[in-house]
Ligand binder design. Structure first.
Ligand code: IDC
Length: 458
């Protein structure tokens, strides 16, 4: 009898184990969480939580952890849906931030409150599996290379949906856009561009040449010269220059077709030998169909190619470069009817206080089908003014970093509006470096742009 019971027990164990190790049931799991208190003040703190998936790819994730002190609470979080029950905190990846490839990371975070001490949580679980931080299979960090953005990356080209450097490796450029050069010319001089390259460590300068509103149409030769000189100033500092034909009103770029052909024939011939030039042929088409924009692009791009065959060209999209989303459409109109040209990218613009999850979902979906370049974005509302939306701005920049989408922030100027990086009057003086000249938007964007690049060179 005893022996029979023992045999039964053994069978049960074997059966149990078999169920646990059956190949369908067991996925490779593993994760690492880096939890950093990025700032702390009386009763409050901000925490950055970097989640790295070391296991099989995930199409959805839930992070769980316990706040160690009874006085600690999550107040508001970002890049995930946050909830808590007593000390137990749960963060669930939102739609545009759901997938995590093997080795991929996502950055989430929250603002919390605390009474007593503010100890860090120590145990985290991803989809119920403890994050022990074993890092088997992680890719080594890319060789950062040395030198300026242009000397490291050289002539750029589009590869699949990415922007690639001379080593055919995907890169992300992070930088600033000028304001309208017809109004803020005083902001673009040796001192301000030195600060942009050295202090901001900007990879690019977007040169916003309005066509209307006292822009190019009033003095074609003068504006062409001014653009060329800014291209040279960017080149001398190792930065890329995006030549932005800043059409805005009227919204149909075909209104400016003849001007665009004249302008681009001239700047493309003059800058053909340079490696730092990217052409943006229409800032924000609006009130116009995608097919009209495509028609414009297919007439302007050949003019550029005839003079400068290898440069990347950025094409504006419908609905103020929203991939059509602001007009109730989406990227499928482009995917189904792309511009007939190679080495091009499509512009996506956003203003963080106006454009949120719906737009992030569209970008994250479109990014696997179209080469995207965020040639303009603001941390504020689409008027260019109003308050900085930190939560949305951080969510956007984290998404662009994750997708390796290049971006330029509106604006490197001292305009009296929330989107400007400098306080009004800054461009009348010579100081573009101290923290005192920055606006809230400038401080936030500079903190993101000035982190080290890691351009792959091999
Ligand atoms: C805004 C400027 C503002 C100017 C206005 C009209 O910030 O000073 O008066 O243009 O020219 C865009 C456009 C960009 C806008 C910006 C903010 O590309 O020209 O600049 N914006 O409204 N698209 C969405 C927002």
């Amino acid at each position: 009898m005893k022996r029979f019971l023992a045999l039964l027990a053994t069978c049960a164990t074997v059966l149990g184990l078999t169920a646990l190790v059956s190949p369908q049931a067991v996925a490779a799991t593993g994760c690492r969480v880096d939890y950093t208190v990025t700032s702390q003040w009386q009763g409050g703190f901000q925490a950055a939580v970097k989640i790295t998936n070391l296991g099989d790819p995930l199409t959805g994730w839930t992070l769980g952890f316990t706040l160690p002190d009874a006085g600690q609470k999550v107040v508001q979080g970002w890049n995930a849906t946050w909830s808590s029950s007593g000390p137990t905190v749960t963060a669930v990846g939102v739609d545009w931030n759901r997938t995590l490839a093997t080795g991929a990371s996502t950055d989430v975070g929250f603002v919390g409150s605390f009474t007593g001490a503010n100890p860090k949580p120590t145990a985290f679980a991803l989809n119920g599996v403890a994050c022990t931080g074993s890092v088997g299979g992680e890719e080594p960090p890319p060789d950062p290379g040395t030198g300026t953005p242009v000397s490291v990356n050289g002539q750029l080209h589009v590869c699949g949906v990415n922007l690639c450097n001379q080593y055919n490796r995907p890169i992300q450029l992070r930088g600033m856009s000028t304001h309208g050069i017809q109004w803020f010319s005083k902001c673009y001089n040796s001192a301000s561009l030195d600060a942009l390259a050295e202090d901001w460590k900007s990879d690019l300068l977007r040169v916003a040449m309005y066509v209307q509103e006292q822009g190019y149409e009033t003095d074609p030769a003068g504006f062409t010269d001014r653009v060329n000189s800014l291209v040279d100033m960017a080149e001398a500092r190792g930065m890329y220059a995006v030549i932005d034909f800043h059409t805005l009103t009227p919204g149909d770029p075909n209104y400016n077709l003849a001007r665009a052909k004249t302008f681009f024939a001239s700047v493309a011939a003059r800058n053909a030998a340079k490696k730092n030039v990217i052409y943006e042929i229409a800032n924000e088409p609006n009130g116009v169909s995608w097919s009209a924009v495509k028609n414009y692009a297919e007439q302007v791009i050949p003019v550029i190619r005839a003079a400068d065959p290898d440069a990347v060209v950025i094409v504006g999209t419908r609905g103020w470069s929203s991939l059509g989303v602001s007009d109730g459409s989406n990227e499928s109109e482009i995917v189904n009817n792309p511009v007939n040209a190679t080495n091009i990218m499509y512009a996506f613009h956003f203003y963080a206080a106006s454009h949120k999850d719906t737009y992030r979902t569209a970008v994250s979906r479109a990014a696997s089908q179209l080469p995207l370049f965020v040639s303009e974005f603001g941390t504020v509302s689409a008027t260019g003014g109003g308050a900085v939306d930190r939560t949305s701005s951080i969510a956007w920049l984290d998404l662009l970093d994750r997708l390796k989408i290049s971006y330029a922030n509106w604006t490197y100027s001292d305009a009296d509006e929330g989107s400007a990086a400098f306080k009004p009057g800054t461009c009348n003086g010579g100081d573009y470096r101290s923290s005192g000249v920055l606006t809230e938007s400038g401080a936030l964007v500079k903190s993101r742009i000035s982190t080290a690049d890691s351009f792959p060179t091999g």
